[in-house]
Design a protein around this ligand. Structure first.
Ligand SMILES: [Ca+2]
Ligand SMILES: [Ca+2]
Ligand SMILES: [Ca+2]
Ligand SMILES: [Ca+2]
Length: 323
């Protein structure tokens, strides 16, 4: 852009004026309107959204006037929704018990002086097959401090979740469950350390998951060379965990899935019955009991085709083929 001297002077003058205004705002907070005790009215121009599973969308809301207090809102998952409460995460997460029902609604707190705000909705990934589109129906209304209000009946928001279908092969080892110790106290089996590994035909570890609950391994086409593999779950140690009194074994299972296309669950309950044992009972890093490795399945990879077979019978228990 070509600037002649005259307009340059004009722009400089304007910038000076803006700078002076900003400075006076900063130095004199009394210029801010006193909004103590006032309530803001919230509206939404957009009430319909689409999100792909695994992605996050931001719901947008407008505020009629900025007030000097935070505003709390709840988002109730309406009954006509086809997702479960745990399938999505909205705002700051589950509603506080003091404000409402933490099993059916989510909470979001808006900072003071907001003139608009955005509330995230995360559509969690899953290994379910053939879900198609899912529907999230939310009702937003004031909660908690009730300084931000909506029209009577709240604001209804509808979100369509599109299913995630990929060529990814996923192995997930689950063992979370609540158990009781001898004093009647509740614990989660996640306190026990289980692991998931994939070995190649030479016995080398080519993929692993060691520090989560569930443990999960995801393989995309090209990640592993064509060939034969072994999927192995193990009970590493119960060291540090309270011993269960109302279970006979660790309630473990392995889900083998082509994401969104097909899946199969291998039940491992009944296998690990000695809770104080495992590969390394004293957790000193030296494996004492190799019998705590369990071959879940054999895996053959050929391009984007995954063939999973029962390690004892050779029977095909799962086959996922790329499109
Ligand atoms: Ca889903
Ligand atoms: Ca899905
Ligand atoms: Ca582990
Ligand atoms: Ca040991």
């Amino acid at each position: 852009m070509k600037i002649n001297n005259k307009s340059f002077l004009y722009i400089t003058g304007s910038l000076l004026a803006i700078a002076t205004t900003l400075t006076s705002c900063n130095n004199d907070e009394a210029d801010l309107p006193d909004t103590s005790g006032q309530k803001a009215l919230i509206t939404a121009t957009q009430t319909s959204y689409t999100v792909a599973e695994g992605d996050t969308i931001m719901m947008e809301f407008q505020v009629d006037k900025a007030i000097n207090t935070v505003m709390d809102f709840e988002f109730v998952l309406n009954e006509n929704s086809t997702v479960n409460f745990d399938d999505i995460t909205v705002g700051d997460g589950a509603q506080l018990g003091d404000f409402g029902n933490p099993n059916t609604s989510y909470l979001y707190t808006v900072p003071e002086f907001s003139e608009s705000f955005m509330v995230p909705v995360i559509a969690n990934r899953d290994l379910t097959v053939g879900e198609g589109d899912e529907v999230i129906s939310l009702n937003m209304s004031a909660t908690g401090r009730r300084t931000g209000l909506t029209k009577d009946g709240g604001i209804n928001i509808d979100i369509t979740v599109t299913d995630e279908i990929t060529d990814e092969f996923v192995v997930r080892l689950d063992w979370s469950a609540i158990y009781l110790d001898e004093d009647g106290a509740e614990h989660d089996f996640c306190d026990f350390d289980l692991d998931l590994e994939i070995y190649d035909s030479a016995g080398a570890t080519v993929a692993d998951s060691y520090s989560s609950c569930p443990e999960m391994i995801s393989i995309n086409p090209g990640d592993l060379a064509d060939g034969q593999y072994e999927i192995v779950a193990s009970f590493y140690t119960g060291n540090g965990a309270s011993m269960p009194v109302n279970f006979d074994s660790i309630p473990a299972s392995v889900t083998l899935a082509k994401r969104g296309v097909s899946n199969n669950v291998v039940d491992l309950s009944g296998i690990w019955t000695a809770f104080d044992e495992g590969l390394d009972p004293n957790a000193d890093g030296v494996i004492d009991n190799p019998q705590y490795y369990e071959t879940v399945a054999n895996l053959e990879i050929s391009g984007s085709t995954y063939t999973v077979t029962n390690p004892e019978t050779g029977e095909v228990i799962f086959q996922g083929r790329g499109e």
